[in-house]
Design a protein around this ligand. Structure first.
Ligand code: GUN
Length: 293
């Protein structure tokens, strides 16, 4: 069994990006600039956004962190999005989800200029991705694809099972794995809460991506020997013995599953760091006008 070390891989990719930023700046261009907007005080979101801003600093990007109270209205947030759309100093930006209930995530996402949508959440980017056109890929699926690529894991012709059909992970990763590209060309089953006899799917799988948000959902009896496991879950589980009162666990019952795998991502230190790195990579692509000419 080999661990897919997202932490190590993300450090390597961040070093590559930092070197490119140095070259850009040396050639007289300004450093890429990412803005991140957070509304409200969801503790996990705050940690994620802080990580994103910190990662910008590590690679020499400029960053702008916009923090708004949960009382912010939809109109006010739409205005912030419009200002960022118009600001020529900003290459890309994200609005952290979830948003407070009184703000429509759909409305906000649709308002973001697809050219600056480095999260890849706008339907224009999603559609371009699905058709194999240049697009910002959503960060988590992009990170998973880079991980498979850099660890030289064969995907073509393999049976892949994706658990969970969210717009930001399950559905896009199922498209990317089945796309006519490399990595890609897999046969993909996208499984969800209405799937009948889930185990019959997971037992056949060569590669399983689990993105359900259910702690330790995937167990050893559900998989075959030699499978590749990508665990997207980051769940806070109460733990009185832990310093913070909780520990992080994935969607996979790691200890028993790891023993049967050829490769597995740990939680933390697997998909998570790759997600942040992919956002940074998208921002670099934005600054270089690589996606939209
Ligand atoms: N909430 C959970 N993951 C993400 C992400 O990748 N981007 C944004 N904007 N919000 C999120």
């Amino acid at each position: 069994m080999e661990i897919l070390d997202g932490k190590l891989l993300s450090i390597q990719i961040m070093e590559e990006i930092a070197a490119e930023v140095k070259e850009l700046v040396a050639s007289g261009k300004r450093a890429p600039h990412l803005a991140a907007v957070i509304v409200g005080d969801d503790p996990a979101s705050k940690v994620y956004v802080r990580n994103k801003v910190r990662s910008c600093e590590k690679v020499g990007f400029q960053s702008t962190h916009i923090v708004k109270p949960s009382s912010t209205t939809e109109e006010e947030l739409l205005q912030i999005v419009n200002d960022l759309n118009e600001n020529p100093e900003i290459d890309g930006f994200i609005v952290q989800l979830p948003l407070p209930n009184h703000i429509s995530e759909e409305k906000i996402t649709l308002e973001i200029d697809p050219r600056k949508d480095v999260d890849g959440f706008h339907p224009v980017n999603f559609g371009r991705m699905a058709q194999g056109l240049p697009a910002y890929l959503p960060a988590t699926p992009f990170g998973i694809m880079q991980m498979l690529d850099r660890y030289n894991i064969e995907v073509s012709g393999k049976e892949c099972v994706v658990l969970g059909r969210s717009n930001i992970v399950g559905t896009p990763i199922s498209i990317l794995l089945s796309r006519k590209a490399s990595p890609g060309n897999a046969t993909v089953a996208l499984c969800h809460s209405r799937t009948k006899d889930l185990k019959s799917h997971t037992l056949r799988a060569d590669i399983i991506v689990v993105a359900l948000g259910i702690p330790e959902f995937l167990t050893a009896d559900m998989i075959k020997e030699g499978v590749v496991i990508i665990d997207v879950g980051i769940n806070r589980v109460e733990d009185a013995t832990a310093k913070r009162g909780y520990r992080l666990t994935g969607d996979v019952k790691y200890d028993e599953v790891a023993a049967k795998c050829s490769y597995i991502t740990p939680v933390p230190g697997g998909v998570g760091p790759m997600t942040v790195t992919s956002l940074i990579k998208n921002t670099l692509r934005a600054a270089k006008n690589e996606v939209y000419k």
